[in-house]
Design a protein around this ligand. Structure first.
Ligand code: ADP
Length: 308
């Protein structure tokens, strides 16, 4: 039996969100209208999502030896995520994001990766026991690509099912392809990878092209309020899963809730199409609450929505 169902290699980002009537001008000090703190980063969000969906989950990544780092360890412990493989960097602090949100909901964000950017191939290799003893490894692209590649390579060689979320959107190092089983881009990332517009008629074309180019077992494209598209090359299944109609208040982290849930289902041997159906419910529910990690639903809530 594997030691963990899901291992996530990824980022830790403490978000310090300011609200203001407008952006400050160069040299100007402007009074804000609100402030909130959130614990996030795609790695943390996906790990919590997987754990809430019932997976025995571990996270691998790097935080600072500081107060924000402590907050992450507490949060993950509360959510049952194993943090034994998290490295604390002696000098660089925990990663931070500084979003400025305007009254119309638009935002601009400064990200300072700090400890996230310091994870090395040696750190990843030191985590080999957990990377190779999990049923599924989920990786995103917020860490140095060498670290992501090392983790995917180790896991893939051990027969672990590997999932890559190619976020943030942009060109992706083609050397990762050899170690990825399932690619899960959102529509912006899918368009960035292929140069094609992710409209309804193009989605199947994009999924097939990515599956061919990356030699994937499966490709899942998340489509926000349009649901998700799944291509399972092993089962020979291609289908669109429509989104659930829910009272959406905040879509931040929907993709992470989706991917964490997908990883948890694949760890139990669920087919890719069924895993996408449950992830589609988890993603929808996450949009009904504010925040990212904190808005991930548990398995019973996602199953209830799926059955409704
Ligand atoms: P990301 O957060 O990476 O941009 P998406 O916006 O594609 O990802 O959302 C991920 C998944 O969450 C979607 O595939 C869908 O299942 C669900 N979802 C997102 N937005 C909504 C919405 N407004 N209503 C219902 N489900 C949603």
């Amino acid at each position: 039996m594997t030691q963990y169902d899901v291992c996530v290699l990824g980022s830790f980002m403490k978000d310090l969100v300011a609200r203001a009537e407008r952006r400050p001008l160069p040299g100007e000090t402007l009074h804000g209208t609100g402030f909130a703190e959130f614990l996030g980063g795609k790695g943390v969000n996906q790990a919590i999502a997987a754990s809430r969906m019932g997976a025995r989950t571990a996270i691998v990544g790097t935080i600072g030896d500081d107060r924000y780092g402590e907050e992450f360890l507490e949060l993950l412990k509360t959510d049952g995520v194993d943090t034994d493989w998290v490295v604390r960097h002696p000098e660089l602090g925990t990663g931070v994001g500084l979003p400025l949100v305007l009254p119309d909901g638009s935002n601009s964000i400064i990200i300072v990766s700090r400890a996230n950017s310091a994870i090395t191939v040696a750190d990843v290799e030191a985590a080999s026991p957990v990377l190779t003893s999990s049923a599924v490894l989920s990786v995103q692209l917020e860490l140095p690509v060498e670290a992501s590649r090392a983790a995917l390579r180790l896991a893939s060689a051990a027969g672990v099912t590997t999932i890559l979320t190619p976020a943030p959107a942009g060109p992706v190092d083609s050397s990762l392809a050899a170690f990825v089983d399932v690619l899960v881009p959102n529509e912006v990332e899918a368009a960035a990878l292929t140069g094609l517009d992710c409209n309804d008629s193009q989605v199947p074309v994009i999924a097939r092209r990515l599956a061919d180019e990356w030699n994937l077992r499966g490709c899942v494209i998340t489509l926000g309020p349009r649901g998700a598209y799944v291509l399972d090359r092993v089962a020979g299944v291609e289908l669109r899963v429509p989104a659930h109609a829910v009272a959406t208040v905040d879509t931040v982290g929907a993709g992470d809730a989706f991917c964490g849930s997908l990883a948890a289902s694949l760890a139990t041997g669920t087919t890719l199409a069924d895993a996408v159906r449950l992830a589609n419910a988890a993603g929808a529910l996450s949009t009904t609450m504010n925040g990212a990690a904190t808005s991930c639903p548990d398995r019973s809530a996602a199953l209830a929505l799926l059955d409704s």
